[in-house]
Ligand binder design. Structure first.
Ligand SMILES: Cc1ncc(COP(=O)(O)O)c(C=O)c1O
Length: 342
């Protein structure tokens, strides 16, 4: 089955631009660097989730959904974009946000409020639950809300944090194809894609896409921004690839050796600033005028810079950095100190 024939609702503005990072490449003495501007996907301030949501919302529509319930942290880019997409489609939105309600809404949460979901529920604020426990509390709350909505005559559709992996795989495999075509028009071809790994399906899609559309000539490198050890991430991504290959009825599975993860750039944990992230954000802003975010793309760019400096690429390489969005998170109260001394 071809990904292009799957049911999808157009939400974003595609293709997103691809731009040369000539100054950054020169400063690093590196390979040809390009940036895929998926921060400019054109709805709700943009970001990678829109490519996934195009498939998730198509599934919701096929099931007759009237209300979308989704889950995330108060600074979730996923929640912001899901709310924007649901507004566009005229669906109710109910948000389940993990943790305590902050006294002031900033960053993504402020944008959520402007987008105006029907309900916002903060859960798990008491008793310092572990991350696993907090996830369970949020899932239980989403299920409770879904049951209530059904009793009220609505048809709810739950979108998990970061969307279902299969939707991310479709969205980002398609993004590889889009990029290959753009680079063909520029007379070249990608040899590597570099992206952040959070919930991981963006990266799964890139691995799938390089296998399908570059005949394995390009590699996809994932820079983890979460505390999960690389071995566990690799196992999860392998499972997601196998699922995508089965659903798409591919004759040969994507070899798990294609999964390449760097986990040296997360620092003390998800969302916590690192010196290499700060350097990467400032270098990209000051050499190219392009803003990255502190949680995902800043750490991913730190990874790319580290790879260039350690001689991973040759001067013949054509490396595509995925700008997956997230810049509204720069204006969250939790990040406000990060660049005060810049
Ligand atoms: C801005 C941004 N970049 C990258 C990612 C990582 O994508 P994924 O969750 O598919 O790994 C996310 C979400 O987690 C994100 O919000």
């Amino acid at each position: 089955m071809q990904i292009g024939k799957l049911d999808r609702i157009e939400l974003g503005v595609f293709p997103t631009p691809i731009q040369e990072l000539k100054n950054l490449s020169k400063q690093l003495g590196g390979p040809r660097l390009l940036i895929k501007r998926d921060d400019l996907t054109g709805l709700g301030l943009g970001g990678n989730k829109l490519r996934k949501l195009e498939y998730a919302m198509a599934e919701a529509r096929a099931l007759g959904a009237t209300a979308i319930i989704t889950i995330g942290g108060p600074q979730s880019n996923h929640v912001r974009l899901t709310t924007a997409a649901a507004n566009r489609l005229g669906l109710k939105t109910i948000l389940v946000l993990r943790g305590e309600e902050p006294s002031r809404a900033t960053g993504n949460l402020l944008i959520d409020k402007i987008l105006g979901p029907d309900e916002i529920h903060f859960v798990g604020a008491e008793g310092f639950p572990s991350k696993t426990e907090l996830d369970r509390i949020a899932d239980d709350k989403a299920a409770e809300i879904a049951a209530r909505l059904e009793a009220e005559g609505e048809t709810p559709y739950v979108i998990p944090n970061g969307c279902r992996a299969i939707h991310g795989a479709y969205g980002y495999a398609s993004c590889v194809l889009e990029t290959v075509v753009q680079l063909r028009d520029l007379g070249t071809a990608p040899t590597a894609f570099v992206s952040a790994i959070g919930t991981s399906s963006t990266y799964t899609g890139l691995v799938l896409g390089t296998h399908l559309y570059t005949d394995d000539e390009a590699e996809a490198i994932g820079i983890s921004v979460v505390a999960t050890p690389a071995v566990d991430l690799k196992q999860r991504i392998g499972g997601q690839l196998d699922e995508a290959c089965a659903v798409l009825r591919l004759t040969s599975a994507v070899p798990h050796e294609a999964i390449r993860i760097c986990d040296e750039y997360v620092g003390a944990g998800y969302g916590l600033p690192t010196d290499t992230m700060r350097e990467a954000v400032l270098l990209t802003a000051r050499s190219e005028g392009i803003l990255l975010d502190p949680v995902y793309t800043g750490k991913a760019m730190a990874g790319l810079i580290g790879l260039v400096r350690s001689g991973t690429f040759t001067s013949d390489d054509v490396v595509v950095f995925m700008h997956t969005g997230g810049v509204p998170g720069m204006f969250a109260d939790t990040q406000i100190e990060t660049f005060q001394s810049a």
